[in-house]
Design a protein around this ligand. Structure first.
Ligand code: NAD
Length: 262
């Protein structure tokens, strides 16, 4: 067993929060597989990391497909020889009332946010079981949300997927604890990424108003008085991916600048 290298897969690692996590884990000494649906952003993020002297490779794939997670794991093994941490970060949002949701909408968002997380848990666990790691703790880390604790209107389907991610996190933690695998989730608040650009744009379409208005309005809820950055999320994920969190499992902590106090 190699003690020197720690290897992570980060899904949705090409941009936004995922890219922030890739940067932080590289700084922490991880070798990282940047896994993303978009091969170009995956490659450019991996290239940025290698240009800084870090170890990173890209892998293109769709988290809603079970077999693509095997590709991400294979990239970790082929490039770096092992897997320590699997981060199910990729996710999408949809802005609609529940009344407007179609079967197709629900299959799409559940396919990515929920099945994608389950498939990542399965692929990582299969690999961990093949490694001779003794009592070394391996980590699965999932993206939930503050919307996974209290649902938001117009984000009803999305919120329900993020509740489901918390459920999967708890159940997987219970099933895998005896195998030295921890499973935790991070629950960001309002992070200034393309996802929030989309949410703001769609809210303008539905409710009227100006571009940026809804991001501004929701940002008023933040106790610390500023929109969250991917680095704010990545700092916490860094802890979850480190041995400092070895005694923590099944948790879904809100890292949101103080929006929700539950
Ligand atoms: P983003 O839209 O900026 O980036 C998402 C990344 O995931 C993109 O690189 C995209 O190509 C990739 N992706 C999308 N679908 C994929 C698929 N099927 N397979 C593989 N990759 C795919 O989003 P973000 O804001 O960085 O969000 C990342 C995660 O954090 C998501 O799970 C999101 O739900 C969660 N989150 C975000 C916020 C926020 O305010 N932005 C808040 C709470 C939780």
């Amino acid at each position: 067993m190699s003690e020197e290298i720690r290897v992570a897969v980060v899904t949705g690692g090409g941009r936004g929060i995922g890219k922030g996590i890739v940067e932080q884990l590289c700084t922490d000494g991880y070798a990282v597989v940047v896994a993303d649906l978009d091969p170009a952003t995956a490659q450019s993020t991996a290239d940025e990391m290698t240009a800084k002297g870090f170890k990173a490779v890209s892998a293109a794939g769709d988290v809603s497909k079970r077999e693509d997670h095997d590709k991400f794991v294979k990239a970790a093994i082929d490039s770096f020889g092992r897997l320590d941490t699997y981060i199910n970060n990729a996710g999408i949002a949809q802005i609609k009332t529940l009344q407007e949701e179609t079967l197709e909408d629900m299959e799409r968002i559940y396919g990515i946010n929920v099945f994608g997380t389950l498939f990542g848990i399965q692929a990582a666990t299969a690999q961990f079981r093949q490694q001779d790691d003794g009592d070394k703790v391996r980590k699965i880390i999932n993206a939930s949300s503050i919307a996974g604790h209290i649902a938001f209107d117009l984000l009803g389907a999305y919120s329900s997927t993020k509740f489901a991610v918390r459920g999967l996190t708890q159940a997987a933690a219970k099933e895998l604890g005896s195998e030295h695998i921890t499973v935790n989730a991070y629950c960001p608040g309002i992070v200034g990424t393309d996802m929030w650009e989309l949410i703001d744009e769609k809210m303008v379409d539905i409710k009227g108003g100006q571009k940026g208005q809804y991001l501004e309005q929701y940002s008023q809820l933040i106790t610390l008085g500023r929109v969250q950055t991917p680095a704010d999320v990545a700092n916490y994920v860094s802890y979850l991916a480190s041995s400092k969190s070895d005694y923590m499992t099944g948790q879904a902590v809100q890292i949101d600048g103080g929006i929700q106090f539950i």
